[in-house]
Design a protein around this ligand. Structure first.
Ligand code: SAM
Length: 394
């Protein structure tokens, strides 16, 4: 597993690579085969709720490595992990050494019990496992040099900032307009500044900080828009628009098969006033009702009763390159599709090879005038500002 991770570029430091070689992952996956426990991509020990939704798991090794590299852990640090599985806490314990302190916290009593048992069996009795809602952190064990969150957070609760050491950092999979990125947040006076972000996907945070995404059904449960933190102004109109002819616009912007373009998604989510993810069942795709470019939720711009979502078409016979296009439905479909395609072109021209988005997290009561120029997304406790470097960088 470690050799595979090294080949795939999961490690940027020898310290993180060394702890993956040292901690026996199979001891934290007692219900899995050893083969499954040692696969770079495999999420193990999935626990589901009554609706079949995964509520807990031991995350995939590549993602754990990515976030541990983001955290830049050093010997002697005090670390809080929110969302427990045992294995990641053991990796952290190895990285902070005997002089460090690790607290791992979970909202699910069964997970707390399993983490405790596995940590003891693997030889990490010093890791403290706590039952509680991560929303409140673990004040009695703070302040923390690092808070590493391993459930999809919708907001940054005040407790995390209060319990963070002056030069501490929070590594957190934060959902912004339905898009999840693992951000590294450092304190800067009264707000936090992101020093980098990586694509990730986690089970949703439960408890008081549970996320605020809602489904707007367009055609029963076959086609829906998943929208974060707001309700569309004309949900019935959006459903009716699906019966209107589909407008199609191609952007002329191509990507290679393996090129990542997550930053474009963040760009679109920042530029559109109303943004969501189009999700569709297989039957809706088979019948041609919708043709999204991804099964993970097509990035969609919404304007009243009109919506436009992204799709792709291959531009080589081997299907190694694709062009971005837009499909739109509704009374203003042509205009919205053109606007969307233009945003893709501007991303391609000005931001594709640039430094990407700059993100800051401010207290909810901060006056808008003090925030960087860009999109400000209101959360319960904070205002998340996303801005982009001005002008062309290419
Ligand atoms: C992906 S798992 C954690 C994986 C773990 N860090 C590992 O070793 O790979 C996410 C965990 O977050 C927990 N969780 C969800 N909401 C929580 C909350 N509000 N407070 C604490 N834990 C929470 C879930 O019960 C679940 O066990």
């Amino acid at each position: 597993m470690v050799a595979e991770m090294r080949n795939q570029g999961d490690f940027t430091t020898s310290e993180v690579e060394a702890v993956f070689a040292r901690v026996p992952r199979h001891l934290f996956a007692p219900n899995e085969t050893p083969e499954a426990a040692y696969r770079r991509d495999d999420i193990v020990e999935r626990k589901r709720d009554a609706h079949g939704m995964v509520t807990s798991s031991v995350s995939a090794p590549w993602l754990q490595a990515t976030m541990l590299e983001q955290a830049e852990l050093r010997p002697g640090m005090r670390v809080l992990e929110i969302g427990s599985g045992g294995y990641n806490a053991a990796l952290i314990a190895e990285l902070v050494g005997e002089t460090g302190q690790v607290t791992t916290l979970d909202i699910d009593a069964e997970i707390v019990e399993r983490s405790r048992r596995c940590l003891d069996e693997a030889g990490y009795p010093q890791v403290v496992v706590v039952l509680g809602d991560g929303e409140h952190g673990a004040a009695e064990r703070g302040p923390f040099d690092r808070i590493i969150v391993t459930a999809g957070a919708w907001d940054i609760p005040p407790a995390w900032i209060d319990q963070l050491a002056a030069d501490g950092r929070i590594v957190v999979p934060l959902r912004v307009r339905g898009l999840e990125r693992s951000f590294v947040l450092a304190r800067d006076g009264d707000h936090l500044v992101s020093t980098g972000h990586r694509l990730c996907g986690f089970v949703a945070m439960q408890g008081e900080g549970a996320n605020q995404e809602r489904l707007t059904l367009l055609r029963g449960e076959e086609v829906a828009l998943r929208i974060d933190g707001e309700t569309p102004t004309d949900p019935d109109g959006l459903g009716a628009s699906l019966d209107m002819p589909r407008v199609e616009v191609w952007s002329g912007v191509e990507v290679g098969g393996f090129e990542e373009f997550h930053e474009m998604d963040l760009w679109l989510a920042t530029k559109a006033d109303h943004f969501g993810l189009l999700v569709a069942q297989q039957s809706a795709r088979d019948s041609g009702l919708v043709a999204p470019g991804t099964r993970m939720g097509a990035k969609t711009i919404i304007d009243g009763a009109t919506f436009a979502y992204r799709t792709t078409r291959p531009t080589s016979e081997e299907r190694t390159s694709f062009e971005f296009g837009v499909y739109a439905h509704g009374p203003d479909a042509q205009r919205l599709a053109e606007d969307y395609a233009n945003l893709v072109r501007v991303w391609d021209r000005d931001h594709r090879y640039g430094p990407g988005a700059h993100i800051e997290v401010w207290p909810a009561n901060s006056p808008a005038t003090g925030l960087p120029h860009g999109r400000v997304i209101g959360k319960r406790h904070t205002r998340v500002s996303i801005s982009w470097p001005q002008g062309a960088v290419s």
